[in-house]
Ligand binder design. Sequence first.
Ligand code: HEC
Length: 165
Amino acid sequence: MVNRLLAAIIACGCLVASPGPSFAAQPAGTHQDLGLSPDLLELLRAEMREIAAGVQGMALSVATANWQAIRATSEQIRASYIMEKKLTPDQAEELARALPAQFKLLDAQFHQRAEKLAAAAQARDPELVVFHYSRLVESCVACHASFAAARFTGFAAPDPQVHHH
Ligand code: HEC
């Protein structure tokens, strides 16, 4: 019984870790909100895929009180600024120019939340860890709704016909 349960959890973890169709890498130059050049967009998407893998694995680490793993992953996320990647001077200039202030703000907030999550894991405080984990996921939603709605079409306004108020 326990073995079967474990097998189910592991199988489920594998499913979650493999990128779903909505995460499938898109061909360079496809429609996007930020108007970045294809190489910068690919850098950003690569960073996103890394972050996504970390955040997915973290749900299990939170549930099993694996503080060390939570701390390591959130510190990795905190340190993963695309702005700090090895960019050519032209790319750095493009990024500074192309990214709206609101994007930079959401990005900074996102990294701050990762830092708070790391601190909560270090303090071994399960309630605080769950709180900051959910705040971190909230940051993904906020930024995607504003700057990746062309990519994640689920953020489009709901069909007014379904609402009856
Ligand atoms: C500050 C903004 C911002 C934050 C915060 C953010 N993202 Fe993204 N994300 C983007 C943008 C912009 C794209 C690219 C959209 C496009 O392809 O046009 C993207 C794309 C992605 C992709 C698709 C990558 C690919 O292969 O094309 C995944 C997966 C993703 N984000 C996951 C996450 C997760 C999970 C979080 C939170 C833990 C997160 N993102 C937080 C802005 C953000």
